[in-house]
Design a protein around this ligand. Structure first.
Ligand SMILES: [Zn+2]
Length: 148
């Protein structure tokens, strides 16, 4: 189960604007998440100055990501999204709710808020330039706590 959260981290809720958002540790998840006691949404904090160009701290395209540890799933993801030109979205600031021992992201109400994953954009550019994705983004062992 999730740990009790502590108020306040000085970050406003991206959904309702409530100013006293708390921090929450979820065992087994790599990221410390934020919890809004007013609208009861969870979200992952955004640390980047330029989310359109910078990979987030736990981007699937980073070395050692959980996604890349599962070779079959990763190669399918490269093929289905990057090669097919179907972007996926950064999970930062997507609304989430507690589920089981972790949390699950929800589709946001306002789709203009969605940011295309910066890692996806870089991979797509490499693919369109004729690079072999498996050379740049090979499957690999996860470096972090694996069970995220
Ligand atoms: Zn809120």
């Amino acid at each position: 189960m999730a740990e009790p959260f502590t108020l306040s981290c000085g970050e406003a809720c991206p959904f309702c604007g409530y100013a006293h958002v708390g921090e929450m540790e979820i065992p087994g998840c790599r990221e410390q998440v934020r919890f809004c006691p007013k609208c009861e949404k969870l979200f992952e904090p955004e640390h980047r100055a330029d989310p359109a160009r910078q990979l987030c701290n736990n981007c699937a395209f980073r070395s050692g990501s959980g996604e890349r540890a599962d070779a079959w799933r990763w190669l399918n993801l490269l093929e289905d999204t990057v090669e097919q030109g179907r972007p996926f979205h950064c999970h930062k600031h997507l609304p989430a709710t507690l589920q089981g021992d972790g949390y699950r992201f929800e589709a946001p109400k306002d789709h203009s808020e969605l940011k295309v994953c910066a890692g996806w954009k870089a991979a797509r550019a490499a693919f369109l330039a004729g690079r072999r994705l498996i050379d740049i983004y090979p499957p690999q062992e996860s470096e972090g706590k694996a069970d995220g």
